[in-house]
Write a protein that binds this ligand. Structure first.
Ligand SMILES: [Zn+2]
Length: 315
């Protein structure tokens, strides 16, 4: 993903930028579930990294796809591997694999949860230019969001839910180039043109991206507020813990843009930094995006927030 030029913090939309951390009391929203297990999500994040960088077209990518299928099959009612071909900006046509885990396929009330599972082929933000053509490990940028969603599916399998949940793991998010919005989110763009069920209409969607850093700050992302402001309110009202900041953040070219344009309101939970040149964490698109920057406490807050939102929708 890429920070867009519309990065003015406190932008035009009238969201309440209180600057306060979301209330901790929301973290204990009444539900009968176990607390989200951040250590289990950490382990599922690590297991993806053990394949190596998951660059589309590589053996590590193919092996991780098989593992994601098997892992989701243990916790979802239906699992679909969607294959297709997309056009990249710089590498020609590319075969992709979107992986979809469906919980309660018959339920009419549905929530879409997504994260990208591919990793960027180029560490082009690395401080050492000699690394700019090397792939990133993507512990945070890729594996963290997927790790939270895999663990969430396992918890829902154990505890049950009346809600329909669709876990969409999209491919080829991170092969984009500057000044070309359509070069990002290629797997998501393919899915919006080929949804896994016809007339698919969830209540809304939540995208997780870079949700594992020890120093994460999840402010309200700009396009999410523009397209899906009421659902941003819902998520931040249910936010668990001090990494969620109830303030307007910058604008990011990410998978949620294409979901929103397809008519599904979608909120991006993404680590936005006001104190770094990229607008993201310092490890973003560098060789430093490894497991050493991932904190299970952050994963736990994000997973707990999803559980709180689900509990609210179940009422
Ligand atoms: Zn990225």
């Amino acid at each position: 993903m890429l920070l867009s030029l519309i990065t003015a913090c406190g932008s035009t939309n009238g969201s309440t930028a209180s600057g306060q951390a979301a209330s901790d009391t929301a973290a204990t929203a009444s539900n009968n579930r176990q607390a989200f297990d951040g250590n289990a999500a950490l382990d599922l994040t690590r297991q993806q990294c053990e394949f190596g960088p998951r660059v589309p077209g590589t053996p590590a990518h193919a092996q991780c796809a098989d593992w994601l299928m098997a892992t989701l099959k243990a916790s979802c009612d239906t699992v679909i591997m969607q294959t297709g071909t997309v056009q990249t900006a710089t590498e020609g046509p590319l075969g992709i694999k979107n992986i979809i885990g469906v919980i309660n396929p018959e339920a009419s009330q549905r929530l879409l949860l997504l994260a990208h599972w591919d990793t960027r082929p180029w560490a082009d933000n690395d401080p050492d230019a000699a690394n700019h053509r090397k792939p990133v490990m993507g512990a945070n940028d890729g594996a963290s969001g997927v790790g939270v969603l895999l663990q969430l599916a396992q918890q829902l399998k154990k505890e049950g839910t009346a809600l329909g949940i669709d876990i969409l793991l999209v491919d080829a998010e991170d092969m984009g180039v500057d000044d070309n919005e359509e070069s990002w989110g290629l797997g998501t763009q393919y899915w919006t043109q080929h949804p896994h069920v016809s007339s698919y209409k969830p209540l809304f969607g939540i995208l997780l991206d870079m949700v594992g850093s020890a120093n994460a700050t999840f402010t309200r992302e700009y396009y999410s507020t523009q397209y899906a402001g009421g659902f941003v309110d819902l998520v931040w009202k249910n936010a668990a813990g001090n990494h969620f900041i109830n303030a307007q953040g910058g604008a990011v070219t990410d998978d949620h843009i294409f979901i929103n344009r397809a008519g599904i309101p979608c909120v991006d939970i993404i680590d936005l930094r006001s104190d770094s040149p990229s607008g993201f964490c310092p490890e973003w698109h560098t060789l430093g995006d490894t497991m050493s920057s991932i904190d299970p406490a952050t994963l736990a807050q994000v997973g707990q927030t999803l559980l709180n939102v689900i509990a609210q929708l179940e009422q």
